[in-house]
Structure formats: structure tokens, C-alpha cells
Design a protein around this ligand. Sequence first.
Ligand code: CDP
Ligand code: CDP
Length: 224
Amino acid sequence: MNKPINIAIDGPAAAGKSTVAKLIAEKMHYTYIDTGAMYRALTYKALKQNVNVEMEQELVDLLKQTKIDLQPGEKGQLVFLDNEDVTNFIRTSKVTNTVSIVAKHPNVRFEMVKRQKEFAKKGGVVMDGRDIGTHVLPNAEAKIFLSASVEERAKRRYTENISKGFKEDLEKLKEEIARRDQLDSEREASPLKKAEDAVVVDTTSLSIEDVVEKIMSVVSERVR
Ligand code: CDP
Ligand code: CDP
């Protein structure tokens, strides 16, 4: 059997990271780790406890007392916060519009990255986020950077929301995505950035199957 490798998938909001990362993990029989869900879980807890998300030390203290578990479920990854299933609660627009503030703090990131590296230490992980190829798994054997136009990404979120039974204004979604991209790309601590050795896949006019195929061709070159 081939030695399990680590696969890093980064990119901006709604580029398709989690959808394709899950499919790649299934094909490879690897574990999928959604690092965005970890920042979202902490954000959810901070909002619930009225912690000021601009206060770095308060967030770090909160995170140190917080258990975040990611487990595979029938309909995708389940997220447990202190043993409570918060999978659906971490996707509200309140959390989405606050998470990039929580994620800008270097010491919050330091603690998160420590946990993420631990998940990947034995290999066999497909991890998606913003800084996986650059900071979390700089030695990952395969690194992919997914991109797509902001219009296309807003449309994808819009369609996804409709399929979940709620409707959000397309223009508003586009503005929110653009704002989050800007915060994530311009922060000082490990910003959203393509790793030098990452393969870029522009998914704007690609189907999910096309994207998976392109990534699998990179992955199969790296598995020995
Ligand atoms: O799914 P979506 O692309 O909307 O976002 P996500 O992957 O759930 O990530 C939510 C937020 O967490 C991002 O906008 C970043 O602010 C932060 N994040 C990060 O800073 N670093 C990561 N490795 C993953 C997420
Ligand atoms: O994880 P990230 O925020 O990067 O994106 P996602 O949640 O995986 O994908 C956002 C939406 O775009 C999902 O509803 C996907 O089905 C859809 N989509 C895609 O992921 N890739 C394409 N090539 C086309 C659509």
C-alpha cells in the first residue's frame, strides 16, 4: 500500500474547497478536516458568551477551554463544540460575518494551527482552509489553490442557500464574500495566499467533477 500523503486545499470563500476536499478524501480513504469549521465554532461560542471578538487574549483563553471535534457524518462533516453538535449553528450569517475578525488574531491562529498539525501528523489527511499550504502543512505532498470569480462564488452560495430552503440577496452575498476575502487576504497573521508550490485551479467554469479530476491528477503524481 502507498504511504498516505497530506493534501492541502486553500482558496477564498465558496471556491468549492469543502465540496471537493470531501470527495477527494472519500476517493483516497483519507480523513477530511475543515479548518474553517474550527474558527467558526470558536466564533459561535464567543458570540454566545458575549466575548468581544476584538480582544485577542479573551479569545485565546476561551479557545484553551474549548473542545472542538470534527467527525464524519452521513451528510458530511459534523462539528462538535464541547461535545454539542453545532454543525448547523456555525453557518449562520452572524457567524460568517464575524469569523474573519476572530481569525485575524495571531495567538488564536497559533492555538488552532497546533491542533490542526496534530490531526495531520500521521498523514492521510485532506485539509482545507486559507493557510494550510503556507503555514499548517508546509510539507504537504500536494497543495492546491482553488479560485473562482467573486460573481461565480456568490452565485454558488446563493444556489446552495436556495437548496437549503432560504433565500439571500445575491448582491448582499457578493459584498459579504468580497469583504471576507479582503479581511482574510490582508490580515498580517498567515493571510489567505497561494503557497509557492501550490497548483492553482480556476474553477469559475468547471463542474465539481472537473475540479476533482484535476486535483486527483496532481495527487496521483505525488503518491508513491
Ligand atoms: O466555507 P467558507 O469558505 O465560507 O469559509 P470557511 O472555510 O468556513 O472559513 C471561515 C473563515 O475562517 C474564513 O473566512 C477565515 O476568516 C477563517 N479561516 C482561516 O482564517 N484560516 C483557515 N485555515 C480556515 C478558515
Ligand atoms: O468550502 P468553500 O467555501 O470553498 O466552498 P463549498 O462550500 O465547497 O462550495 C460552495 C458551493 O459551490 C457548493 O454548493 C458547491 O456545490 C458549489 N460548486 C462547487 O463547489 N464547485 C464547482 N465547480 C461548482 C459549484
